[in-house]
Design a protein around this ligand. Structure first.
Ligand SMILES: Cc1cc2nc3c(=O)[nH]c(=O)nc-3n(C[C@H](O)[C@H](O)[C@H](O)COP(=O)(O)OP(=O)(O)OC[C@H]3O[C@@H](n4cnc5c(N)ncnc54)[C@H](O)[C@@H]3O)c2cc1C
Ligand code: SF4
Length: 488
């Protein structure tokens, strides 16, 4: 156990972010240096608050089953090599989750019943950042090759986790990505201020040295047909994400200046890293309205702030969530509470319980305003409140209303895999689709979700593929496709 009296002596403390007026003038991470380095001075005491509970509910909360009390104890004892070994045993990419995970482990922490929980995510990112700095993250190439080949389609966290596990198990793995660079949403969705791409690039270099082959700029289904794919490879993992965005078909949708978040964010990410983008969609000097209150909306907010928007309003159809855990979402479940991301600290106004009625245009055919109305949920139905209609200025409107599953034309239609009732690729308990030898992991099968789930599914799907190819496996399988622990 870490410090037996740690939780009695120390309160929860988290790393300080850089001042708002400084960080909105650059694209770097909001923490000074890096999230991990910013925490170093306080991390030993914070790890020491872990109570090493008899039943560590944090394991249940973490979809990867991270062995949290063990690495808390090792950090407290200053054994960083032991800590990264334990962390990597369950998580291929702690530098992604340590920065980007909403940390359902912390809402399941036993200390959180009557005190502030352990800063698990902060400890995680400190362990991995320190490990990279100390040269403790090394390539782990396989000792022998199986002679079997696997194609992974999609290079987001699910595809990367599956590829790393399968490469280390001795299979020859090629990761196909239609974008010009590898990384999925980690590359072009998530802005630099949440995770600098250098963390992704370091990990990709490790994977290359282990033997994983990356093929960027290949749209599988167009450049490489499904028949060739299944002929060429012994197994296929579909990790194509849920990239079909939800739209809003109200009057005025055709006006200029109305875009999907994933049209806006990738361009901004490219420019932040020095690329040139022709006719870039820009928030500069504009009244920006973001429709949708989740992670994607917050990323549009932080990006618009850095581009110098005149005003930013984020609309959410649901009512404002409570500050603390509601009675219907008891510990250790993951509660829906009011969250303030780094982007929310910086700028913008959040408006809850409103619905968009119409977009209003100017004489040039561009959006100039958005008509909204207050709504209430009654008996499971959404009702507009009479007399609350009003117009707000909107010169750039960004849709961040979620995703409807993987795109069907192309590879999915060519393969003929069955879909579930939500339009995701259907899979059995071993992540295999209705087509033998074709497996699915991450958002393509689960639907729009989180990085931690994508990594967990990539690991579990890799175990299933290994069994399919060799008859048995020693790879871990953290979760079943149907599992959603601690979600009410
Ligand atoms: C803007 C945004 C911000 C987010 N922020 C967070 C966050 O802070 N924390 C968090 O936990 N989650 C966040 N998420 C969710 C998280 O990014 C996803 O759940 C996760 O990336 C899913 O991983 P994946 O590997 O399944 O798919 P993806 O990351 O979507 O990767 C799929 C890849 O497959 C490629 N592809 C698709 N079809 C083909 C084809 N035919 N041929 C070749 N390649 C193909 C796509 O180009 C894409 O690169 C965010 C999502 C968005 C959109
Ligand atoms: S991956 Fe997420 S849930 Fe798991 S320990 Fe890290 S922060 Fe917690």
């Amino acid at each position: 156990m870490a410090d037996p009296r740690g939780f009695l002596k120390e309160g929860r403390a988290v790393a300080e972010r850089r001042p708002v007026e400084e960080r909105i003038n650059d694209w770097n991470e909001v923490y000074p240096g890096s999230a991990g380095r910013a925490l170093l001075p306080i991390i030993t005491q914070q790890a020491g608050r872990c109570m090493d509970c008899g039943i560590p509910f944090c394991h249940q909360g973490c979809p990867l089953g991270n062995i949290i009390p063990e690495w808390n104890d090792l950090v407290w004892r200053d054994d960083w090599e032991g800590a990264i070994e334990r962390l990597h045993a369950t998580n291929n990419f702690p530098e992604f989750t340590g920065r980007l995970c909403p940390a359902p482990c912390e809402t399941a922490c036993v200390l959180g019943i009557n005190q502030d929980p352990v800063t698990i995510k902060n400890v995680e990112v400190t362990i991995i950042d320190k490990a990279w700095d100390s040269g403790l993250v090394r390539p782990q190439p396989p000792e022998w090759l199986s002679g079997r080949t696997v194609a992974v389609i999609g290079s987001g966290p699910a595809g990367l986790a599956a590829a790393q596990q399968l490469t280390r198990a001795g299979h020859t793995v090629a990761v196909y990505e239609r974008a010009d660079k590898i990384g999925g949403l980690l590359r072009y969705g998530i802005p630099e201020f949440k995770m600098e791409k250098k963390h992704l690039d370091k990990r990709l270099e490790q994977m290359r040295r282990e033997g994983t082959v990356f093929r960027a700029g290949v749209d599988v289904g167009t450049a490489l047909g499904a028949d060739k794919l299944t002929e060429r490879y012994d197994a296929v993992v579909l990790a194509m994400g849920a990239t079909e965005p939800r739209d809003l078909g109200v009057t005025g949708r055709e006006l200029g200046g109305i875009h999907q978040a994933m049209e806006f964010l990738p361009q901004a990410n490219r420019v932040a890293l020095g690329e040139e983008v022709e006719d870039q969609i820009l928030a500069t000097g504009k009244h920006v309205v973001i429709i949708g209150g989740g992670d994607t909306g917050a990323d549009c907010l932080g990006t618009s702030t850095r581009q110098g928007a005149a005003s930013i309003t984020q609309l959410e159809i649901m009512p404002e969530p409570p500050e603390s855990r509601p009675a219907g979402q008891p510990w250790p479940t993951y509660p829906m509470t009011f969250k303030v991301s780094s982007a929310h600290e910086e700028a913008g106004e959040r408006v809850y319980a409103v619905s968009t009625k119409e977009f209003l245009g100017d004489e040039d055919g561009n959006v100039r305003a958005l008509r909204l109305v207050d709504v209430v949920f009654e008996g499971g139905r959404l009702t507009e409140i009479e007399g609350t209609e009003r117009d707000i200025p909107a010169e750039l409107v960004l849709f961040a209303m979620g995703f409807l599953g993987p795109e069907k034309p192309g590879l999915i239609e060519q393969l003929g895999v069955d879909l579930d009732e939500r339009g995701n690729v259907k899979r059995n308990l071993t992540y295999e689709s209705s087509v033998s030898g074709v497996f699915v992991a991450g958002d393509a099968g689960r639907g729009q979700s989180l990085i931690v789930w994508a990594i967990a599914e990539g690991r579990a799907a890799a175990a299933a593929v290994d069994t399919f190819l060799t008859g048995s496996t020693t790879l871990p399988a953290p979760i079943k496709p149907t599992e959603r622990p601690l979600v009410v």
